[in-house]
Ligand binder design. Sequence first.
Ligand code: COS
Length: 379
Amino acid sequence: MEFSYSETQQMLKKMLKDFSEKEIAPYCEEWDENAVYPAESISKLADLGLMGMPFPSEYGGAGLDYVTYVMAIEELSKVSGSHGVIVQTHNALCCWPIFTYGTEEQKRKYLPKLLSGKHLGAFGLTEPSAGTDAAMQKTRAEDNGDHWLLNGTKIFISGGDIADVLVIMAMTDKSQGVKGISSFILEKGMPGFRVGKKENKMGIRASHAAELIFDNCRIPKENLLGEVGKGFKVAMTSLDVGRLGIAAQALGIAQGAFDQTVAYMKQREQFGRTLDKFQALAFEMASMKARIDGARFLLYHAAWRKEQGLPFTAEAAAAKLTCSETAMYVTTKAVQFHGGYGYIKDFPVERMMRDAKITEIYEGTSEVMKMVMAGEIFK
Ligand code: COS
């Protein structure tokens, strides 16, 4: 067992801390208020290698391991949960399935631009009637000779409005149920593909969620990703990797809110003393720290298993469940400890509490995490 940070990890954490303080923190509230996608800072993160973290240099990746990858997302999310999810969705849900299931030709075609951050990636699984029950895909892909014809609608797609490359799941044979789902690589601008409604969200407002509409969208035959009928596996295994990133995002939000609260309590005076001198409050901070540190161990362990090539589905689910519940617990307390100042937009904990909530919902709700874990316990 190894509990220390490597030199690379220490350097990356320091670099991202400095970057977040300088390039993200001053603009966070404005991006949140106006739901602005932070293009410039994402492009700078791409220059630092963040858009292709756990992929080999052969395709233009940074060659980092998965533990370092989750640490990076955690660090960014301490300041901005939106940046955490933008980076993780791109890496885990678009680059990862192409890297893992793509043909050599597909990898050579798509990965260099994705991993360098010149192109942004997204992932389309969710539909109006296929949320938790993700296998209920209504989007159909029909074999039409030299191309696939895609018809249907996806909703709540993170980065869907700005993505250049999207991994999309669709039903190719309804009679086969979950084994009739296939996955495809779609590009912005393919005929018959357009972006619909952009959601007005409670939190992570600098990361957009959009509707995708496919109206006789023509996808070249060679853009099938993996085998026909194996799309659900592509989606589920991608979500396993995605859940490491969402757990990291949640953990970062929790740590960020905790740090803000420590600083606030040291300077806020009531009844003639600063808040940290009230034992009832200090004890609650101790409980929060114990939960954050416990959640971190679960996450790093799950990421380590992924790195070792060991099964990690249930561990990733446990990490996401715990980190997201911790984020909600800590941010709610953080707002409470700030009192009235926690409820206004002058302090970041208000945004952090709104940002935390989605981590219990997307890429599988807390209930789905329990289904995955129960499946493992009773298999
Ligand atoms: N990794 C690899 N394969 C997986 C998998 C995973 N994490 N999860 C499911 N599969 C496979 C199953 O093994 C099964 O294949 P085989 O029949 O060849 O064994 C196939 O996918 C269908 O699985 P099934 O529907 O029977 O599901 P499970 O009982 O394995 O799991 C839940 C059920 C609900 C836990 C699972 O389907 C799931 O996680 N669904 C996604 C829910 C979700 O996250 N929705 C929100 C998406 S947000 S974008």
